[in-house]
Design a protein around this ligand. Sequence first.
Ligand SMILES: Cc1cc2nc3c(=O)[nH]c(=O)nc-3n(C[C@H](O)[C@H](O)[C@H](O)COP(=O)(O)O)c2cc1C
Length: 404
Amino acid sequence: MDLFAPLSLHCGAVLPNRIAKAAMEENLAGPGQLPDHRLRKLYRAWSHGGAGLLITGNVMVDARAVTGPAGVVLDARSPLEPFRAWAAAARSGGAVAWMQLNHPGRQVRADLGGVAWSPSGVGIGDGFAVPSAMSEDEIRALTGMFAASAARAVEAGFAGVQIHAAHGYLLSQFLSPLANRRTDRWGGCLENRARLLLDVVRAVRAVLPAGAALGIKLNTADFQRGGFGREDALRVVRLLADEPVDLLELSGGSAQRPVMHGAGLDERTLAREAYFLDVAREVLAAAPMPVMLTGGIRTAAGAREILDAGVAVVGLGTALAQRPSLPRDWVAGRPGPAPLPPSAARDKAAVSAAKQAAVRLLLRRTAARGHAPEATDPDAALRLDRRRRATLVPRYRAWLEART
Ligand SMILES: Cc1cc2nc3c(=O)[nH]c(=O)nc-3n(C[C@H](O)[C@H](O)[C@H](O)COP(=O)(O)O)c2cc1C
């Protein structure tokens, strides 16, 4: 399959090629948790770099619950102009731009304040806030938040939205029997655990204009004993079959098991690219909608193999952070960047945190200068990230307090 063949979606939109920039939280919001010149410069670089689809880093639907202190918030009160400018920059080179929408649920750091919602009040410790179990009213409010943010994203010029239901965030918490111990209609059997995701999908679709795309990011598994497994993923995909979903992205893992960053995967899987291809095969066979696969993809040959396995779109994160023009380089036959240097940390969580910090540092460099070096020391990047975070947390908390 040709990486540069267009893809027509159910909504009528067409992706110019099969390469997507996967969502990567940039943690680059300016004052007011709004996108500014830095995010515009970064997305201009990606748009001109040749990827057909750019999915933004997760944008928060609830100002009180953010994944990081410089997370972008788009709710009913956010001014739309900064988002219009961001969408225009992302479209400027011919890419299609979607906004990823997320509520982190219990995966909110305690020092950020705000609220940590969860299905059942089961916390994860380790610096995360103590969560509360959501009431029926809160569940209804959440659906409304996703819909309001989606409508505003498209009004601002994004061609669609992706609902984040992976990586242990709130919608994924509802799907997981470990996080969701409810005994009402939102918990128990898979149909109940998936009810919130389906409600959100329907509420979002109801507010999107014709031609706007709706995507979902789902875990193939959360890789925890007793958690959301591959059989669950298969059943969720079957439940979604009747919904007008334009693209289903498959990933895996959570804050506790960060396999999406390669942590804990065996050498063979890491070497092969496409971390989740094996677990995704059954879902791929069952999914009536086009599937995007993300995780570990870095070469044109690897990407083509994944398309040949029946995947419609390949998602790249790290490699496109290292080189925003990678798709254009593939056309020209130029090789991509070498993998990031490894972290010297011993435990998996620290290795994964260092890798993410390295990627974020590259994003900040591109956001500042339009280009970045392709490698950086992950452990030094993590130290820098922690210092930067210490200045951003009070800024976020002061903003939140003034706002509420
Ligand atoms: C710094 C960083 C931030 C990320 N933020 C998000 C995010 O906001 N939403 C999301 O769905 N995935 C996020 N991811 C996961 C990526 O989308 C992707 O699934 C993961 O990096 C594996 O792909 P890769 O090997 O091509 O980087 C993030 C990854 C990194 C490195």
